[in-house]
Design a protein around this ligand. Sequence first.
Ligand SMILES: NC(=O)c1ccc[n+]([C@@H]2O[C@H](COP(=O)([O-])OP(=O)(O)OC[C@H]3O[C@@H](n4cnc5c(N)ncnc54)[C@H](O)[C@@H]3O)[C@@H](O)[C@H]2O)c1
Ligand SMILES: O=C(O)[C@H](O)[C@H](O)COP(=O)(O)O
Length: 382
Amino acid sequence: MQILADENIPLLDAFFGDIGTIRRMPGRAIKAADVTDADILLVRSVTRVDADLLSGSRVRFVGTATIGTDHIDESWLERNGIGFAAAPGSNADSVVEYVLSVLSVYAEERGIEDWTRLSVGIVGAGNVGGRLRQRLGKLGFSVRASDPPLADDGEDGLDDLDDVLTCDVITLHTPLTRTGDHATHHLLDRTRLATLNEQQLLINTSRGAVVDSEALRERMRQEAPPWLCLDVWEGEPETDPELAEAAWLMTPHIAGYSQEGKIQGTERIYQAVCRYFGLPVRKSSGQYMPEPPLSKLSFTASASTQEAARVAIRACYDVRCDDARFRSVLRRPVGEWSTGFDRLRQQYPIRREFDSVKIQLKSGAKDLQQVFKALGFKLKQK
Ligand SMILES: NC(=O)c1ccc[n+]([C@@H]2O[C@H](COP(=O)([O-])OP(=O)(O)OC[C@H]3O[C@@H](n4cnc5c(N)ncnc54)[C@H](O)[C@@H]3O)[C@@H](O)[C@H]2O)c1
Ligand SMILES: O=C(O)[C@H](O)[C@H](O)COP(=O)(O)O
């Protein structure tokens, strides 16, 4: 079988080497002429997969190693009998940990001693939002979440978007959808952005177009704008210079880029290909997960829970490093920004999730134990 794949999908040979001949291309460069002879197309979020790309090709299966599917015309694939799979949940923990890192830095910069005093509003309570809600709840944060599709399905405990927008921190975790009762395109529009103030932080790790960028630019120019943390950008890899200037933290769409997240993304589409073509599943992400550079952290009984949590979160992932790398690209001429955006993602440093690190504690340190468990670390008693 001929497999055409985005070169940024990790472990292509390891997972797909036995299944077919692999041809790699930069995802943004994949065009109709490239897919004509492919049986399987494997993409990430930067390749638009639709009739323009695939009609006339012999592609029988498309896999995207991502959670988001807004770049895929799924109904066209279905109408044309082409198999499809995404990678739901694969990098959800990575995004949750990105948000935890942002929260820890935000609390410190605002001089908030106890970060759990911040109320957090989650928009979209699926894999990412739901896991974030659980971890924050266990840590003792007051959390509100809005998710109308889940509410329609009878899920309790959800709030209206307008209530969620009154929280100290608002974090977006919806898919980008343009049709249906709960479409999210420009969900945060001019009216909703007008309700936010300088005591609030808005984090967007969903898709850039879930927020109306033009309205956001305007809001950031007005009195008392909210603090802003952007990982995703409407029109990326282009970066809006005014939003870049206004953002407190900014990163080039890497919230989901933990090593676990990326390898599990490949694993999910490998499993789907095997199912689709009736092949045995012989490989798993665990086989290929390298040893983490940091494996253990040890705290004495004298560590305060706040400080210990801060140290451990940032030892694993400090969002300020990604912010600094991105800002260094944006100091170059504007014409180089979009290639810089892609280069940062392609050459992303190794980042491991919290549960790759064992936390060693003195027995009896009950508060610390609870906090680390809630954050998602593994515990080891001394
Ligand atoms: N920045 C990154 O690196 C990164 C990484 C992973 C995912 N994402 C984005 O985050 C999105 C969410 O990921 P997920 O794994 O939680 O997806 P998911 O499908 O598990 O959950 C999305 C949730 O949003 C809800 N939703 C839909 N419309 C809504 C609306 N109008 N208001 C509120 N909630 C709504 C859905 O009901 C669902 O529960 C993905 O679709 C993707 O676009 C970004
Ligand atoms: O939807 C997802 O899974 C994420 O947005 C993913 O991290 C995007 O990464 P990309 O495909 O752009 O490399």
